[in-house]
Design a protein. Structure first.
Lengths: 292, 293, 434
């Protein structure tokens, strides 16, 4: 009994810093913003209770729906494709290639470039007339579209751009791959497995925890995409790149609708939570946990 | 389980495998190199632009090798904004971030893994859950909280978010700590060690790779952080590098592209060097933290 | 012996340094106030010099001027948190949204006490900062926009370089003469592109006599027939030259401030730009012979129409030292300070008295007289001072894009704008009981 109480005390002591931080800097502000979401608040005058009025208004706001569908469109393409590329690269890098540290650094580098710089670089790459991308396409006889100026191509352009920063999930996959015991592969080879079968039966299950982590992190980031479209397209053309977080920002800081924006923020939270839970549910049957 | 037949078959297969392996290797190299080139292309352009004179920046066909090469751009870039001040500010914030992340995330991770207490796992799920709260949800009230504490206009909001437990780091370290055998803690307890003692003397020394990962990530995130300084820092003297980069742009759309590229290159350099040198530890650390949640 | 000398030296140095930096350890406590500005680079240097002059000219107030990026957002947060600067830069765009929410304090009382008269200002500059019967800010610079044309390109196309188009019809004719294609069919040069630089997509309606808002009825009139005509004219470019072709052409334009600006790179012969444009021409295309005149007007419009804008100063609500803040604003509003700022920034001073031969002669912009005359014109216009102008602007930009991409007819696009903006306006009007 006393041991139990002692453990409780010790446990709490250790997590105390986190607990304090959480209460003051996360829990309280989050609850405050929940209150804002149920009010009309323009930042200058105190919030005025509005019940679910903001949420009602959101459901009737066509731009809300546009921003939501834009964000889903982005997430549905960027996440799976990005993961496939990251995993592929990790698999390739995991074969004992020479100059592996150099390759790894090169692939990881783009993830640490400041957003402003990424924006400029890719504005240049996507330039219809002078950009590298269209120049390359012209080289193989394709007339490249007006990437960032055409509502139909703006989102695909951003999705393409997201592949450039695939280095982070790649590193996590690499770490996961290094965990796979060599004996498994050798035993499989003995049984006559080819590369495809080895990958499917051994590699994928062994990296599935890494995949879960990457997909969830990827989801959280994709749903909140803001900085790059903010700098590069300002949400256009014709609101094709007005993502959820961007519209939220506009409402909060440009249209003086802080309460409305808070409602959007809470909806986003619920959406992310729901998607994460769904992913967890699906994955609990598929993830292979070696060890614990 | 070796049967002689299998051995012979295996040897045959290995021989053909050898040839296939060689061809495969070449293809792997080709793909990797093409990939690497396309990944590094934008950065190469960034460095190349950082050495260009104005008139060569936005031309078609694009100029890859600047002519003339203007190394002075780097000197100009450093003089254009208070580069040294911003670097020192960023270093200050990043160092404190790393320290805080190491100390407090590991303390919390210890609490969540090496001690059994009621409600522990539930609370941990809460920790993970907080990772999903989008920033816009709490940023304005957070600003008010900081204001009431009189911490706005200081660096505190920038590094304190790492001090009070960064869920990702707590998660990584907890996973790692869980892989350390319980017997070690038990032995130390028998020797009369307190929990804190075990933490300090047993767990931490064994966790160097994982701690290295946390340190690296903490440094990376804080060095590059843009949103937090944007919201909380208004005094120009206190800008960090990522904020400072904006100053290469003027009111009516004027941007000194070559200087901006030079500054960006300088800003990236420490991270590149650190990552390149610490790669192995880094990846080892991630794998050891075990994604076996 | 050496130690003593060193001590004396150090003390002398200390006195010297503190003396130079002007921080008097003696003397009364100065009230410190903060001033947020959006200016950086040479524009910041100019205001900093003026601030230093103000600080040196008296010893009661010390102004600390800060360049703040993202000032709109930061100001919002600062006022909400109760910690705003004492003086802030502001533009006519923010007056109504801030005024109805008491984000800035009305300056009427201060203006009266300081004997500042509305009549000393060029009316449009002063009036665009008033709303609902109060004056919310004082202008410190003045800018207007006009047609700029490249005389060399005119000559090459067989046009009289000293005879700019005066009507929209003429503009279109000139444009046709100035447009060139390459062998592959790409546009390589045009006379005019209504989408460049796209900073004021709503402004074209003024040139057709359109109205965006009826303040009496409190109705958004984005789809007013003259507005529709204006957008039809805009769309005619896309129809005539091809939406995609124009996009491709425009994507080669580069940035505004640099040699790849289409006007400097001689891709566009005519542009609609402001009084600041001459600075950039001098920097990036010093050999260009250019002309400036009022922008052409269309059917329903009138001559000498121009977009006029100002930089202004206001006092946010919750400022700790509003009286001292206005002392500074008052000093900045003297003819001396205004002209110095105007010359440093190469803008105009908002005072009538500055419109004189000496000032014009001193001014680095060779056409500053044209810009000045436009600010006196009865057809000078400014961005709307109404509570939901931010939303309105944004929706107009969306409509403009849609029209230029031939996705919608001007009627449809502008009707959408009316509907959306009216809804927002009604909400705000109800909430603030306007």
């Amino acid at each position: 009994m006393r041991q139990r109480r002692k453990n409780l005390r010790n446990g709490l002591l250790f997590v105390m810093p986190w607990l304090i931080g959480f209460s003051f800097f996360l829990a309280y502000p989050t609850i405050a913003s929940l209150y804002y979401s149920l009010s009309v608040y323009d930042m200058f005058t105190p919030p005025k209770w509005n019940g679910f009025g903001n949420y009602w208004e959101l459901f009737h706001d066509p731009i809300f729906w546009i921003s939501l569908s834009n964000t889903f469109y982005y997430a549905i393409f960027a996440i799976p494709l990005g993961q496939v590329i990251a995993l592929l690269l990790a698999l390739l890098l995991n074969t004992k290639v020479k100059a592996m540290p150099v390759f790894r650094t090169i692939y990881f580098l783009p993830t640490i470039v400041p957003p402003v710089v990424i924006a400029i670089l890719w504005l240049w790459i996507f330039n219809t007339r002078y950009g590298v991308l269209n120049a390359l396409l012209a080289g193989i006889g394709i007339r490249g579209p007006n990437w960032l100026g055409d509502p139909a191509w703006a989102k695909p352009a951003l999705i393409l751009m997201s592949f450039w920063t695939v280095g982070q999930p790649m590193i996590i996959y690499l770490a996961g791959l290094q965990d796979v015991p060599q004996q498994l592969y050798e035993a499989a080879e003995l049984d006559g497995a080819n590369w495809w079968q080895k990958t499917l039966r051994i590699t994928l299950p062994m990296v599935s925890p890494a995949m879960l982590l990457n997909v969830i992190i990827g989801l959280i980031w994709a749903m909140q995409i803001f900085t790059l479209p903010y700098i590069m397209t300002g949400g256009g053309p014709m609101r094709a790149t007005t993502f959820y977080a961007l519209y939220l920002y506009e409402n909060a800081f440009q249209f003086f609708k802080m309460g409305y924006a808070s409602a959007m923020a809470w909806l986003l939270f619920i959406i992310i939570l729901t998607c994460t839970l769904i992913i967890f549910k699906i994955s609990s049957k598929k993830i292979y946990y070696a060890g614990k | 389980m070796f049967k002689s037949v299998n051995v012979r078959l295996r040897n045959n297969r290995l021989q053909t495998k050898g040839k296939i392996k060689a061809i495969l290797r070449i293809w792997i190299y080709i793909v990797l190199i093409i990939g690497a080139v396309s990944f590094i292309l934008p950065l190469a352009w960034m460095v190349s632009t950082s050495l260009k004179v104005d008139r060569q920046i936005f031309v078609f066909p694009p100029v890859w090798l600047p002519n003339p090469v203007r190394w002075m751009n780097y000197v100009d870039a450093i003089n254009y904004i208070p580069f040294l001040t911003y670097t020192l500010n960023t270093l200050y914030v990043s160092t404190l971030s790393v320290l805080g992340a190491l100390i407090f995330s590991s303390l919390a991770a210890y609490g969540f893994s090496r001690i059994e207490w009621p409600g522990r796992n539930l609370l941990f799920i809460l920790v993970l859950g907080t990772m999903m709260i989008p920033l816009p949800v709490y940023v304005i009230p957070l600003y008010v909280v900081f204001r009431n504490l009189h911490w706005t206009g200081t660096f505190k909001p920038l590094y304190l978010r790492f001090w009070f437990g960064y869920p990702l780091f707590i998660f990584l370290l907890r996973q790692f700590f869980m892989s350390i055998p319980k017997e070690l803690s038990d032995a130390a307890k028998i020797d009369g060690c307190s929990e804190l003692g075990i933490y300090w003397r047993v767990i931490l020394p064994l966790s160097k790779p994982a701690l290295a990962v946390v340190a690296l990530f903490a440094f990376l995130y804080s060095w590059q952080d843009f949103l937090t300084p944007l919201i909380f820092i208004t005094k120009q003297k206190m800008f960090t590098l990522s904020l400072g980069l904006q100053q290469y742009q003027a009111q009516h759309g004027g941007t000194e592209w070559n200087l901006l590229m030079a500054a960006s290159t300088l800003m990236l350099l420490p991270i590149v060097v650190i990552f390149f040198l610490a790669q192995k530890t880094f990846i080892q650390g991630i794998s050891l933290t075990g994604l076996k949640s | 012996m050496r130690g003593k000398k060193l001590l004396v030296l150090v003390v002398c140095l200390y006195l010297l340094i503190t003396g130079i930096s002007g921080t008097s350890a003696l003397g009364a406590q100065r009230t410190k106030i903060t001033y947020w500005t959006i200016w950086t680079g040479f524009e910041f240097d100019t205001i900093k010099k003026l601030v230093d002059e103000f600080n040196a000219s008296q010893n009661k107030i010390e102004v600390d001027v800060l360049p703040v990026s993202g000032l709109g957002e930061k100001l919002l947060v600062a006022v909400a948190a109760g910690e705003p600067p004492d003086v802030t830069a502001i533009g006519e765009r923010n007056i109504a949204p801030y005024a109805i929410r008491n984000g800035v304090i009305p300056l009427d009382r201060y203006i009266k006490k300081a004997d500042i008269s509305r009549d000393s200002y060029i009316s449009i500059a002063y009036d665009m900062l008033s709303y609902k019967g109060h004056q919310w800010a004082l202008p410190i610079t003045l800018m207007s926009c006009a047609l700029h044309w490249n005389k060399g390109m005119f000559k090459k196309a067989g046009l009289d370089p000293n005879n700019p188009p005066r009507t929209i019809k003429e503009l279109d004719t000139y444009n046709e003469k100035l447009t060139r294609w390459d062998s592959a069919g790409n546009i390589i040069q045009m006379g005019f592109d209504p989408a460049w630089p796209g900073w004021w997509p709503f402004a074209w309606v003024w040139y057709f006599g359109g109205k965006l808002y009826d303040p009496q009825k409190k109705k958004v009139t984005a789809d007013n027939p003259q507005n529709v005509k204006a957008f039809e004219w805009v769309q005619s470019y896309a129809k005539k030259f091809g939406a995609e072709a124009l996009q491709t052409f425009a994507s080669g334009f580069g940035t505004y401030s640099g040699p790849t600006n289409p006007f400097f790179a001689e891709k566009l012969a005519m542009v609609y730009q402001g009084s600041w444009h001459a600075n950039f021409i001098q920097k990036f295309a010093p050999d260009m012979e250019f002309g400036v005149a009022a922008f052409p007007y269309g059917p329903g419009g009138a001559p000498d129409t121009a977009r006029v804008t100002v930089d202004a100063l206001a006092i946010p609500r919750g400022a700790k030292h509003p009286d001292e803040a206005f002392e500074f604003i008052k000093w900045m509003s003297t003819q001396y300070a205004l002209e110095k700022l105007a010359l440093g920034h190469r803008k105009m001073s908002p005072l009538k008295a500055s419109y004189n031969a000496q000032f014009i002669a001193k001014h680095p912009n060779p056409y500053i007289e044209v810009f000045y005359r436009l600010t006196f014109s009865p057809n000078a216009r400014h961005e709307l001072v109404m509570p939901v102008w931010d939303i309105y602007r944004k929706e107009m930009a969306v409509a403009f894009d849609s029209v230029m991409l031939l996705k919608e007819t001007p009627q449809e696009a502008l009707r959408k704008v009316t509907f959306r903006v009216q809804r927002e306006l009604d909400r705000v009007l109800t909430k603030y009981k306007l």
